[in-house]
Design a protein around this ligand. Structure first.
Ligand code: OOG
Ligand code: MG
Length: 267
């Protein structure tokens, strides 16, 4: 019998100590349903320590992301206040194992969304849209995982940075998206790569959350999922995401290297 509570504790510890753990395999391999339970239990531990829920993140909503990690299902995770980094702020790399950055389109909710909705209905509940950076960090060794693993691991959520907010009527159908590291463009994509339109990612969020009896509420932040592959980051790097019309957002990577690099260098 799988002990989902114990798995949640293992993943929560891996995250808080920046120490990678093995994937769940064999008898421990998780179904998507079990994995969402593990995710809920592991985030409950963070909330018990005083963190607050601030929204959700969609994952693997573009071909580029699916191809990078070898999982081809749209997934979602939870965002807490402790994951937020101010625009222009510092990302403390020692808190992560093998962090990567990716450009995101972000929605801030103005209304409530519950259950299946059309992309147009989803957009009517949006207060504002913004460019964002997501810092992802798999708690699994070598950043390798199957579907159940990554769902249980809160879809690799690590941190996020939010840019200036724009009106919800801003046309986000086909915007150029860039990821820059130290002033060089390292990834290029289009918002159209996000399920054909980022509003579809928001509609999917509403539908998938309803399966766990959750809904989107005013003030919730929702990351639509990256349109490009993610790039590894390390201390000293400056990261910028730029989205046509929405502008740019920036963070600096500081501190010591993530846990994976520290343990390799100790060998
Ligand atoms: C899973 C998280 C995916 C996205 O934007 O697609 C994600 C991962 O890549 O480790 O955040
Ligand atoms: Mg992401």
């Amino acid at each position: 019998m799988k002990n989902l509570d114990n798995m949640a504790e293992v993943l929560d510890c891996a995250s808080s100590h920046a120490k990678a753990v093995p994937q769940w395999t064999g008898d421990d391999a998780l179904s998507a349903k079990e994995a969402y339970e593990v995710q809920a239990l592991s985030i409950a531990r963070r909330l018990a320590r005083g963190e607050r829920m601030v929204g959700y993140k969609m994952g693997l909503t573009s071909r580029a992301k699916m191809a990078q990690v070898g999982v081809d299902r749209v997934i979602w995770g939870r965002l807490t206040d402790a994951m937020r980094v101010a625009d222009g702020g510092a990302v403390e790399c020692s808190r992560y194992i093998h962090p990567r950055a990716e450009p995101e389109i972000v929605f801030v909710m103005g209304g409530t969304l519950e259950g299946p909705v059309s992309p147009a209905e989803a957009m009517r509940a949006v207060d504002s849209v913004a460019v964002g950076i997501e810092i992802i960090d798999s708690r699994y060794q070598d950043f390798q995982f199957a579907l159940g693993d990554v769902i249980a691991d809160n879809t690799s959520a690590g941190g996020f940075v939010l840019g200036e907010r724009h009106l919800p009527t801003t046309d986000i159908a086909n915007l150029g998206m860039l990821l820059e590291i130290d002033g060089k463009v390292v990834e290029i994509g289009s918002s159209a790569a996000i399920l054909g339109h980022p509003a579809r990612a928001l509609a999917q969020a509403s539908a998938l959350l309803a399966e766990q009896e959750l809904s989107l509420r005013p003030g919730d932040i929702v990351l639509a999922g990256a349109a490009t592959a993610a790039r590894p980051v390390s201390p000293g790097m400056s990261v910028r995401a730029i989205v046509e019309t929405l502008g740019a957002v920036h963070c600096r990577c500081e501190g010591r290297s993530g846990g994976a690099i520290r343990s390799n260098s100790a060998l």
